[in-house]
Write a protein that binds this ligand. Structure first.
Ligand code: GDP
Length: 464
């Protein structure tokens, strides 16, 4: 990898007005920049009150300056932080001064990219930095913090270590072909491989939960006017924190509510916005909504408990008919308080469903008005998508990680098959183990390709 010789700078705090704003600088020019800015050195890692001057000695701002000399810094390079007043003009002036003194503008994620290249973080941790910043729920944030602290990476490293041992045993066997089978048997290759596969499966299961936490679920809500859709959404918002309902803005957003169930972010699309219209902008919004529905994870069909399954208006029945047949759905019978029916959930085999034997459908009876049965619905929603209610110990994972874990699992399964042979093809066995290890190594970035790094870090915010 080419050594980094230039110095980068960025405004690290979000745009707009704020109490303070932070400029971050990293690279070899930092010590000289400090001398130019302050006419003296700064004590390492201690906040120093300072006046920031422009080239002519005029005061730009007063604030705190922090110097983190290499290598004990976020990036592993010399890092300078200037904490000034958080106004856009002040921040721009301070940034311009840093550029004048030899820095260039940082690209998105470039600080973290340097931290990765300098061995401060592995790739899974670097991704966790972005996921922590982007986390939509407190649970997702905790899971990202767990990955950032290295919990996920440690699991992967332990797995790789066990795999390396098995590979060493296998390679030794390959070197002494006469003793091969006895040697492998004595070393309990089969038992070791089984343990590795069990561990990999356990990590994959938790990573899948982590991916649910990170990406959330898209839920489509269908129901006739006045059946209680808004009331149900309000109930689901309940006492959960960090909820934004119907973010104003584009037409598309007005039919979406962001809620959470046990820490999993849910984007609920209210199909009341899907009525036919002549308005071109609305039509565009509706097209986007349908695109979102194509990626939906679950449909909630709300009917009046009194009416039973037939309580859908024809427009809603039409929408329901256009949804992918395999999309899981829950039928919610609302307003049970008017019928004096107790909340319950039942699985019903559906007539007219596809011929899949497993196509029974979950029905939940509840009252959006009193809240009775809403917890039952939360439970069923998570059950239908395979999410656990307890997300403690889960690490936030990305699709990239899941892909690598599945890839590794497939190679381990192939290895197990080779080993089960009466005369195991040891070269093939060794090759599958090597491939499994390479797949796992990709998670922590043992041998990252440049384009992978580009894809990961370009999605960061500037200044991180
Ligand atoms: P939407 O048009 O589907 O969003 O329905 P709303 O949530 O606005 O509800 C329509 C009306 O039904 C309101 O007057 C609600 O108070 C009432 N409602 C909603 N859910 C219930 C329920 O579970 N029980 C009773 N009794 N009324 C409900």
């Amino acid at each position: 990898m080419t050594p980094v010789t230039d110095t980068i700078a960025a405004i690290a705090t979000p745009p707009g007005r704020g109490g303070i704003g932070v400029i971050r600088v990293s690279g070899p020019a930092v010590p000289a920049m400090i001398t130019a800015l302050f006419g003296r050195d700064l004590p390492p890692r201690i906040a120093t009150a300072a006046t920031f001057h422009d080239a002519r000695g005029e005061t730009l701002d007063q604030g705190l300056a922090l110097h983190f000399p290499a290598p004990r810094s976020y990036t592993g390079e010399h890092v300078l932080e200037l904490h000034g007043h958080g106004g856009p003009a002040v921040m721009r002036a301070l940034l311009a001064r840093c550029l004048e003194l030899g820095a260039r503008l940082a690209e998105p994620g470039e600080f973290t990219r340097r931290a990765f290249l300098n061995g401060k973080l592995d790739l899974a941790q670097a991704e966790a930095v972005a996921d922590l910043i982007d986390a939509a729920t407190a649970t997702a944030a905790r899971a990202a913090a767990r990955s950032l602290s290295g919990a996920f990476s440690r699991e992967i490293h332990a797995l790789v270590a066990a795999l390396t041992e098995l590979r060493m045993i296998t390679e030794a066997t390959l070197d002494f072909p006469d003793e091969d089978l006895d040697f492998l048997r004595a070393a309990d290759a089969q038992g070791r491989l089984a343990a590795i596969r069990a561990q990999a499966a356990w990590i994959e299961a938790r990573a899948e939960q982590g991916a649910l936490l990170r990406d959330g679920l898209v839920v489509v809500l269908i129901g006739a006017p006045n059946v209680g859709k808004s009331s149900l959404l309000n109930q689901l918002v309940g006492d959960e924190v960090a909820i934004v309902t119907s973010i104003a803005g584009t037409t598309r957003d007005t039919v979406r509510s962001e809620i959470e169930i046990h820490g999993i972010p849910l984007s609920v699309i209210d199909t009341a916005g899907l009525r036919p219209t002549d308005d071109p902008i609305e039509t565009l919004g509706i097209e986007r909504t349908w695109a979102a529905i194509a990626r939906a994870d679950l449909v909630l069909v709300l009917v009046d408990a009194k009416a039973g399954d037939v309580g859908l208006a024809s427009a809603d029945a039409a929408i329901l008919g256009q949804l992918p047949a395999k999309l899981p759905r829950i039928v919610i019978h609302n307003k049970i308080d008017l019928l004096a029916v107790a909340p319950k959930s039942e699985l019903h085999a559906e007539a007219g469903d596809d011929h899949d034997a497993a196509s029974s459908r979950c029905h939940v009876w509840l009252s959006a008005k009193t809240g009775a049965g809403v917890d039952l619905l939360r439970h069923e929603v998570l059950a239908v998508v395979g999410a656990h209610e307890d997300m403690e110990g889960v690490f936030l994972a990305r699709e990239r990680h899941l892909h690598a874990l599945r890839d590794a699992a497939a190679h381990l399964a192939a290895a197990a098959q080779h080993l089960a042979d009466a005369r195991p093809p040891l070269e093939l066995f060794a090759e599958e183990l090597r491939a499994a290890q390479a797949a796992l190594g990709a998670i922590t970035g043992e041998v990252p390709a440049d384009d992978l790094l580009g894809a990961i870090f370009s999605r960061f915010c500037i200044g991180k």
